[in-house]
Design a protein around this ligand. Structure first.
Ligand code: AMP
Length: 146
């Protein structure tokens, strides 16, 4: 049975296209709705009260920039703006929250073949898998060699 509603998590890195191609191909297999999410982790999470300045203007600019980038990315894939979610908070919990809110039955994330310290620290894909109330597909991404 085909999925009804896929939530595609996009981090707006160069590797996003690989994950999105898979999601679009799956959505085309059935009458599947495709929504996209990008989560912005607020600057205050990283800096807390340590920075003696008001971060709200910079935060607003970052939010707007992310919204525009996601819209451009989604437009190229034919995904309408109404199906885009740019939200602020912890990445994994926001993906879970929005998946539940829109009734997604599949979450698609990218996954790196990590080892060493980053494997110990865990990946977003791992975090999304734990606690998800629906299926999760981790698409293995080929890291771009810089
Ligand atoms: P990571 O392992 O943390 O590099 O992330 C791998 C995948 O997690 C990405 O390909 C996205 O699918 C998802 N992801 C990571 N960060 C975000 C974010 N800020 N918003 C939405 N999805 C994200």
């Amino acid at each position: 049975m085909a999925y009804q509603h896929i939530l595609l998590a996009i981090d707006l890195t160069e590797e996003s296209g690989q994950v999105a191609d898979k999601a679009v191909a799956m959505a085309q297999q059935g009458e599947t709705q495709l929504s996209m999410i990008h989560v912005i982790e607020p600057l205050s999470f990283a800096y807390g009260g340590d920075v003696p300045m008001d971060l709200s203007t910079i935060q607003e600019q970052l939010d707007e920039h992310a919204q525009q980038r996601l819209e451009t990315f989604a437009d190229n894939l034919g995904v309408p703006v109404a199906q885009l979610h740019v939200v602020s908070g912890h990445t994994e919990s926001e993906i879970h929250r929005v998946a539940k809110e829109i009734g997604a039955d599949l979450i698609i994330v990218g996954s790196h073949g990590r080892h060493g310290l980053s494997l110990l620290l865990g990946s977003t894909a791992n975090g999304v898998l734990h606690g998800a109330k629906c299926d999760v597909l981790a698409v293995r991404v080929q890291e771009s060699s810089a």
